[in-house]
Design a protein around this ligand. Structure first.
Ligand SMILES: Cc1cc2nc3c(=O)[nH]c(=O)nc-3n(C[C@H](O)[C@H](O)[C@H](O)COP(=O)(O)O)c2cc1C
Length: 116
C-alpha cells in the first residue's frame, strides 16, 4: 500500500508527529508538507494520512482547500487524520472543524495529539 503523510505545520510540531506516525508504519512513506507543496498530486497513493495543527480553533485554509480540491480522489483512498493542538476542552470540536465532514466519515483512524 503506497502511503503519503500530508501535513500542515507552522512551527514544526505537526511535522514531527507526521514523522513519528510514518516511522511506526512498516513500509515506505512519502512525507509532503502542504505549506511547501499545496498542489500535491495524490493520484498514485492508496492511503493518505492527513494532519494539521490548530490555530484559533481550526485548521489552515490551505488544508481546507486541499480537501475540497481533492475530494474525488480522497474518496477513493484509505484515510487517516490527525491534529496537533493544546486546547483540552475543545478536543472533539477542533477535530470536527479541522477536516470536512465527508473526510471525517471516510477516516479509518483519527489521532488527536495535545501539547502539555
Ligand atoms: C497563536 C497560537 C494560536 C493557537 N490556537 C490554538 C487553538 O485555538 N486551539 C488549540 O487547541 N491549540 C492552539 N494552539 C496550539 C497549537 O495548535 C499547537 O502548539 C500545535 O502543536 C502547533 O503545531 P505546529 O508546530 O505544527 O504549527 C495555538 C498556538 C498558537 C501559537
Amino acid at each position: 500500500m503506497k502511503t503519503a503523510i500530508i501535513y500542515y505545520s507552522k512551527h514544526g510540531t505537526t511535522e514531527h508527529v507526521a514523522y513519528l506516525i510514518g516511522e511506526s508504519l512498516n513500509h515506505k512513506v512519502d512525507y509532503i508538507s502542504l505549506r511547501e507543496s499545496p498542489k500535491v498530486d495524490i493520484r498514485t497513493y492508496d492511503r493518505i494520512i492527513l494532519g494539521t495543527s490548530i490555530y484559533a480553533g481550526t485548521s489552515s485554509r490551505i488544508v481546507t482547500q486541499f480537501c475540497n480540491k481533492n475530494r474525488l480522489l480522497l474518496e477513493q483512498k484509505v484515510i487517516g487524520l490527525f491534529i496537533c493542538r493544546m486546547n483540552k476542552e475543545q478536543e472533539t470540536k477542533e477535530m470536527e472543524k479541522a477536516f470536512p465532514e465527508y473526510l471525517q466519515k471516510l477516516a479509518s483512524n483519527k489521532l488527536n495529539t495535545r501539547q502539555e
